[in-house]
Write a protein that binds this ligand. Structure first.
Ligand code: F6R
Length: 361
């Protein structure tokens, strides 16, 4: 059942601290920097020379984060929409690892991309929530995100658990491929270990409902972020449109001025995500929106005074490593979407036209 919540989505948003503890359990030790990933002992990926992620929707956004973790650590990585993978025909050889990120493990587009990769000689790996799913069975190996069952059509806790799983996988890959750990391994693993508690703080104190109420009659909703939180901006918009049926778009913060700014008015709130890295640039983009009269809702930690000065509202996240802040920011945006949809009395757990697992291409 819904355990006292009005919707599965809200229940699953609130399950994130527990889900993340499960995802992390026994896998990473911040004190030593050690990683222990079941089927993937040190050296597993020594022959890999590039990684390609294939995924759809929310899982694609997690894959974008995964590729950034790898690239930053010196492993060439790209993320493809699974439905575009065949058309894109990226080069694949024996040393290519193709990672399908799929909560259900049953998404037809993703399965089809994985089969193509397999035929081309790549090694395939499923990052999935469902043991025994088609992706887990068909791939050479599987990494389980251990988020627990997700009933709501909107993916929430599985996104968080996917990103954390990909962070751990990236640590393993970077060490195996480059022979060195990421520069700040312990800080990173410490930030991951802190996530369950940090997410709980957000769930306890979020002002997302008040923000959703304040902007409920807007013409459209825009989400911007750069670097590690560009995927979070995209995900914020996907979730918002999916369950509220309101127009929402996510952009790289720097792209706002290259077209989307024409849509920005006093009736289009802009949600801007800050991580503590490259914030001045995103703040510059916020000012462009503000100059057109747009209300600005920042997602940022308390210490970011300049951000607080320019934003009309701030959804606060605990201070953490910039690579991990996106998971926290995303929880605030999940709550905004949920409350916006709830105020509009939408069918939150079963939005029109959508299915939990999409088994057609
Ligand atoms: C959005 C959502 C979808 C899925 C997508 C892929 O909230 O849930 O965008 O993320 O259909 O599903 P999986 O991860 O099962 O492959």
């Amino acid at each position: 059942g819904k355990g006292g919540y009005d919707h599965y989505m809200l229940k699953e948003i609130h399950e994130q601290p527990a889900a993340l503890r499960q995802t992390l359990r026994g896998r990473a030790d911040p004190a030593t920097g050690d990683i222990d990933l079941e089927d993937f002992p040190a050296g597993t990926f020594a022959d890999v020379d590039r990684v390609q992620f294939v995924a759809c929707g929310t899982s694609y956004h997690a894959g974008l984060v995964g590729a950034q973790y790898l690239s930053a650590g010196g492993v060439p990585a790209q993320t493809f929409l699974a439905s575009e993978y065949a058309t894109g025909q990226p080069p694949v050889d024996d040393n290519t690892l193709v990672v399908g990120v799929t909560q259900s493990g049953e998404t037809a587009d993703t399965l089809s991309a994985l089969r193509q990769a397999n035929t081309s000689g790549a090694t395939t790996l499923a990052v999935t929530n469902v043991v025994g799913s088609t992706a887990a069975r068909e791939c050479d190996d599987a990494l389980f995100i251990r988020a627990g069952p997700e009933i709501g059509v909107a993916a929430t806790k599985t996104f968080s658990s996917q990103v954390v799983s990909l962070a751990l996988l990236a640590e393993r890959l970077v060490r195996d491929v480059t022979g060195t750990r990421t520069d700040d391994t312990r800080e990173r693993l410490g930030a991951l270990a802190d996530l369950p508690g940090h997410v709980q703080q957000i769930l306890d104190y979020s002002s997302a409902r008040r923000v959703a109420e304040e902007y409920r009659d807007s013409d459209a909703y825009f989400f911007i972020g750069r670097g590690s939180v560009r995927p979070v901006a995209l995900e914020g918009a996907l979730k918002f449109k999916e369950i509220s049926y309101e127009h929402a778009e996510g952009f790289a913060a720097g792209e706002l001025k290259h077209g989307p700014l024409a849509l920005v008015t006093s009736e289009t709130p802009v949600f801007a995500v800050f991580t503590g890295r490259n914030d001045e640039k995103t703040l510059g983009n916020v000012k462009e929106a503000e100059a057109r009269g747009a209300p600005v809702v920042a997602v940022a930690s308390d210490g970011q005074d300049a951000v607080h000065q320019y934003a009309d509202e701030v959804l606060t996240i605990p201070d953490t490593h910039p690579d991990v802040a996106g998971v926290l920011a995303n929880v605030q945006l999940q709550l905004v979407s949920y409350h916006a949809a709830d105020l509009l009395e939408r069918a939150i757990d079963k939005p029109r036209n959508l299915a939990k697992s999409v088994t057609v291409e």
